[in-house]
Write a protein that binds this ligand. Structure first.
Ligand code: ZN
Length: 465
């Protein structure tokens, strides 16, 4: 059979589906793609078509249109990708045609999509509207076709570019939605973990007198929108020069900080977290959109590049406004650079002591709601970070000796958790220590969020081993 006769045969087959539904008293809705020339389908059209069908079904549902899904047919034949399903017998086919035309008109790749409605008398519904040509937007497609204004090659090129750019932006939206939810989840997991020695949790405010669980809920509630803006930075300027993006990330971070203080009446709940998670959000988005996958080492390198020399430029130079990290750095030396040092090191503490705990265990975190399992892993990561982090939040309120005592106590609690002891008793000594010395490892809490975020990214976008 020649290609032409194969295509005609496929079209006959499609017509027979419509006829069958019509014979049973059912109008039908069918979808195909406008692909000039041959072949009429490939890997991209298949991906595109699947997205369109799923999306169109939601659109139809939203508009109160019933398709009989149990009778749907979804095939790829010599004429390309094809979907057909009967509509309910009492459907108002004229208005359905108008509604599907709106779908085509508003869709960014609408000129590639053909939605046909066939009546119970086996006739196509036509609104008489003429679709614009995909190459030259000002003329009707049928006129260009009749006058042979464009070569098949040209039409195919524009068509496939339209499909590819739709797939790309669809993928970008998916990445953004996922990363955004992980950022929020990483903060919620950290703040929900209870009991946390010294820190605010759902049961008590730790050693803090100016904030509690709800203060964190209030400030957390506004952060998603800013993190989305940071993800957009990476998506809208792919392959940006990393050495130059810090001010752009900060520009958004500063707005987030101002809104945080507004929500908490001036209490600093998450300033360090905004900085560290903001950088992590950018690096994760950059990695996934440019390399197609998440890799924690790649992410670390990106953050190192973005924040190269930040300690020298901002702390040593005395340029940065006051922070615990800066005070501790000046007083106790270069081990203590707070969030800036952690960023300059590519989140080395969060990755080494937090992320690696999750990664080694392989815990399924994305859709897990097993409290005991999550608690155990989250406590292990938090305590391991506490036992190894030079937390300027603690040092600022005490001295090196108390910080070392805290790290030792955290190390012991970590071992007890690892040995299966219940958190309540394993954390007892550490909690007493924090309360006695009035210290709170706010830095470790931020690093736990970063570790959770990276691990969630890895589980969704990581390399398949
Ligand atoms: Zn044209």
């Amino acid at each position: 059979m020649t290609i032409i006769s194969q295509i005609l045969h496929a079209r006959d087959q499609r017509a027979s589906y419509r006829k069958q539904f019509a014979d049973n008293g059912l109008p039908s809705l069918s979808v195909s793609l406008n692909i000039a020339g041959y072949p009429k389908h490939n890997h991209s059209t298949k991906a595109f078509f699947a997205i369109i069908i799923s999306d169109l079904k939601e659109y139809l549902k939203a508009n109160g249109i019933t398709i009989l899904e149990q009778k749907e047919i979804n095939i790829t034949d010599n004429d390309g990708d094809f979907y057909i399903a009967p509509l309910s017998a009492d459907s108002d086919v004229i208005s359905i045609k108008q509604i599907t035309e709106q779908y085509e008109a508003n869709h960014p790749a609408g000129r590639v999509i053909d939605i046909d409605i066939t009546t119970t008398t086996f006739e196509p519904i036509s609104s008489g509207k003429r679709k614009k040509c995909i190459v030259c937007s000002n003329q009707a497609a049928v006129d260009c076709m009749r006058s042979q204004n464009h070569s098949v090659t040209e039409v195919r090129e524009v068509t496939f570019n339209t499909i590819e750019s739709f797939l790309l932006s669809h993928r970008d939206s998916f990445i953004k939605r996922e990363l955004s939810s992980y950022l929020l989840k990483s903060i919620l997991y950290e703040i929900s973990l209870t009991p946390k020695p010294g820190l605010v949790d759902t049961a008590n405010p730790g050693i803090h007198t100016d904030m509690n669980y709800y203060t964190f809920v209030n400030s957390t509630s506004i952060l998603t929108t800013y993190f989305n803006d940071i993800i957009d930075l990476a998506i809208n300027n792919k392959m940006a020069k990393l050495e130059t993006v810090l001010p752009q990330i900060r520009y958004i971070g500063i707005k987030a900080e101002r809104n945080m203080f507004d929500q908490t009446n001036g209490v600093n709940t998450q300033k360090g977290g905004i900085f560290l998670l903001g950088l992590s959000a950018y690096a994760a988005a950059y990695t996934v959109v440019n390399h197609g996958l998440f890799d924690v080492n790649m992410c670390a390198d990106i953050i190192k590049t973005i924040c190269a020399d930040i300690v020298k430029n901002e702390i040593e130079s005395g340029k940065a406004e006051n922070s615990h990290g800066i005070d501790c750095y000046n007083k106790y030396g270069n081990k203590y650079g707070g969030a800036r040092l952690e960023a300059q090191n590519g989140m080395s503490t969060a990755i080494k002591y937090g992320f690696n705990i999750f990664n080694r265990s392989g815990i399924e975190m994305n859709r897990n709601s097993n409290k005991k399992v999550l608690d155990t892993h989250l406590f292990a990561a938090l305590l391991n970070i506490m036992a190894n982090n030079c937390d300027s939040n603690i040092l600022f309120r005490s001295n090196e000796e108390i910080l070392e005592g805290f790290k030792n106590a955290a190390q012991k609690a970590y071992c007890r958790i690892k040995n299966g002891e219940e958190p309540q008793s394993a954390l007892n000594h550490l909690t007493t220590y924090c309360n006695y010395h009035r210290i709170s490892a706010g830095g470790a809490a931020d690093l736990l969020s970063v570790a959770i975020f990276f691990y969630l990214c890895k589980q969704e976008f990581g390399k398949v081993n």
